[in-house]
Ligand binder design. Structure first.
Ligand SMILES: C[S@@+](CC[C@H](N)C(=O)[O-])C[C@H]1O[C@@H](n2cnc3c(N)ncnc32)[C@H](O)[C@@H]1O
Length: 254
């Protein structure tokens, strides 16, 4: 019988770490989004955690993209991932981070520890529903009472570009998965674990088409769009800040 697909295995092959790193080095739009994400993440740190000792867990840290931005800004830094090849790159970059190759949904080696900042980037969109649920519940179990979970949805269906790309692929019957996620699905996801989205930051308004578009134009659109948080629902890769829900909700901790 064929092994059932799970996103857990998607980044495990030997070349994946180097491929992922090259993707961010060579793709102009990804580099641009990353520069925006950096700004937003640092703004979140300033707004929610200024003056506090931060204990960071970067879930699905991969090559250490997010962890490397944060490790010198926090008291303790922990990164977990299931892919050895992704973590090999992370190990080259990170100096102060405890890096653990593990799947905390099946063997929670962090049980009993609490983190006041948990990040999970470029993970939930592509994870299958069971894995999403297992992860959000496990992360909630590790989140301090006064902590924040910060995650992104890198293909927000509310973005006109993503919606167009999705429709085009369907019309043309293109092969390969192209997952999309709505802001509503982001909210439901965290509510499953007793959390709520406090704020959503827009990232990525104008995905430039293949033709050359002046960088100044892209920046101008981005800067204008990002002034209005209400526009987050139209951005390509919004970032959500979550905390414990005010009204107690029913959920089964793992
Ligand atoms: C697209 S990468 C994102 C890496 C990093 N967070 C970033 O934004 O650059 C997704 C990562 O999720 C990891 N992953 C998948 N299932 C996982 C699980 N159950 N536990 C931990 N990591 C997992 C993969 O190995 C991969 O490194």
């Amino acid at each position: 019988m064929a092994k059932e697909y799970t996103y857990r295995d998607s980044h495990k092959y030997a070349e994946k770490g180097a491929e992922y790193e090259a993707y961010y080095e060579t793709q102009a739009w990804q580099r641009f989004l990353w520069s925006r994400e950096r700004e937003v993440i640092l703004r979140i740190l300033e707004k929610y955690l200024a003056g506090r000792d931060i204990h960071l867990l970067d879930f699905a840290c991969g090559t250490g993209r997010i962890t490397s931005l944060l490790e010198d800004r926090v008291r303790t830094s922990t990164g977990v991932d299931v892919s050895r090849s992704m973590l090999a790159i992370a190990r080259e970059k990170l100096r102060r981070t405890e890096i653990i190759e593990t799947d905390i949904t099946s063997e929670n080696v962090l049980r009993g520890r609490k983190f006041n900042l948990i990040t999970a980037f470029r993970f939930f969109l592509n994870a299958e529903p069971e894995l999403r649920l297992a992860v959000i519940k496990t992360l909630a179990g590790l989140l301090a009472e006064d902590g924040y979970l910060v995650f992104n949805n890198h293909r927000n269906f509310g973005s006109p570009w993503i919606r167009w790309s999705y429709m085009r692929r369907r019309q043309k019957n293109l092969q390969g998965t192209y997952n999309v996620m709505t802001i509503g699905e982001m909210k439901t996801l965290v509510e499953n674990a007793g959390l709520e989205i406090i704020e959503i930051y827009p990232v990525g308004f104008f995905h430039p088409p293949r033709i050359q578009v002046p960088r100044t134009l892209v920046n101008a659109i981005e800067n204008t769009g990002c002034k209005f948080k209400c526009l987050a629902r139209f951005s390509e890769s919004p970032i959500a800040v979550c905390g414990w829900a005010k009204a107690p909700q029913q959920f089964d901790p793992v």
